[in-house]
Ligand binder design. Structure first.
Ligand SMILES: NC(=O)c1ccc[n+]([C@@H]2O[C@H](COP(=O)([O-])OP(=O)(O)OC[C@H]3O[C@@H](n4cnc5c(N)ncnc54)[C@H](OP(=O)(O)O)[C@@H]3O)[C@@H](O)[C@H]2O)c1
Length: 286
């Protein structure tokens, strides 16, 4: 396999391509506090000590819990740490995921993120579209994106990204403001965005796949099991190594509550995938 660079840019920031997704650090169903707060803090500190400098979060994880854990574990932040957050959703009292993309709700969410992360400016704010909470769905993003761009012009946001968006929404978004990254569902088995990944790579825009390991439906495939066995590694490491190989603009943010799993995920950076393995893994694409 060709060797990719270990870093990529998020706007004018440079991050290691192996990042960390903090969503799982809050309680069950991404709601409330974690069962083991000390363990959550330890995962965050271990991640940064190991060289991770891109953490993905949102104030709607918990809500507020994940950001507060990040602040407790890592503040004052290392100069090179990039914290990417999301706005556009809120949580119901029953843990449901609800849209929250009016200009007033977006402004409130940006201030909530700033307060809970103890920041004066957010490095990256993804507009998380909720037309359909589960999948990208067509519809204009002009109103919420314009509102976010105004908050950026006030100095509260460094870079804007888009999440859970269609190809057409990325095109629309890029007409309205500078888009530093796109964060959509993508992994070995879920390849809807193949064309988008390649186009963004040509434009120098980061693509951040969420659910890199399958999220709430862990990747399961005989192909993956066989490949991992042959390479004497784990299926998750193969899945992450494949994403890092797939395109130079892919930044991975696997989520875990376990220091052991974190270290296993980090080790995927060193895993090379031979050409015949890459061909076999294509068999998982849907
Ligand atoms: N923009 C969006 O709409 C959106 C949606 C979902 C997620 N995200 C972001 O994307 C990040 C990644 O997504 P995700 O955390 O939901 O899914 P994921 O990274 O695909 O998978 C996380 C799951 O895999 C397990 N896991 C991780 N490493 C493992 C290992 N080495 N061995 C065995 N199991 C392992 C975790 O359990 P353990 O805790 O036991 O390790 C957890 O259950 C999130 O943290 C969040 O920041 C964004």
């Amino acid at each position: 396999m060709s060797k990719q660079a270990n870093t990529y840019r998020l706007g004018d920031l440079t991050v290691n391509r192996m990042g960390y997704g903090a969503m799982r650090l809050s309680g069950p169903h991404v709601f409330g506090p974690p069962a083991d707060r000390a363990a959550a803090l330890s995962v965050l500190r271990t991640a940064v000590e190991a060289g991770i400098n891109h953490i993905d979060t949102s104030d709607f994880y918990g809500p507020h819990v994940t950001n507060q854990l990040i602040r407790e574990a890592l503040f004052p932040y290392r100069d090179d740490l990039v914290i990417a957050t999301k706005v556009g959703a809120r949580r119901g009292a029953d843990a449901s995921w609800l849209p929250a993309s009016s200009p007033a709700e977006l402004e409130q969410a940006v201030h909530d993120n700033l307060r809970n992360l103890a920041l004066e400016r957010l490095d990256v704010v993804n507009l998380r579209m909720m037309i359909d909470p589960m999948h990208p769905a067509e519809g204009s993003i002009e109103e919420p994106l314009t509102a976010l761009a105004e908050l950026q012009s006030k100095g509260l946001i460094r870079h804007i990204g888009l999440s859970n968006v269609t190809y057409a929404q990325v095109v629309e978004g890029r007409r309205l403001c500078h888009v530093a990254c796109v964060q959509n569902h993508y992994n070995l088995a879920h390849r809807t965005d193949d064309q988008l990944v390649d186009e963004l790579a040509r434009e120098g825009i980061a693509y951040v796949p969420f659910f890199p390991l399958g999220g709430f439906s862990p990747l399961q495939s005989q192909i993956l099991t066989d490949v991992a066995k042959r390479l004497e590694t784990s299926p998750n490491q193969v899945a992450l190594a494949w994403l890092l190989h797939r395109a130079p603009n892919i930044l991975v943010i696997p989520g875990t509550t376990s220091v052991t799993h974190l270290k296993e995920n980090l080790a995927a950076q060193a895993l090379s995938l031979p050409d015949d393995v890459l061909t076999a893994l294509e068999g998982m694409a849907r």
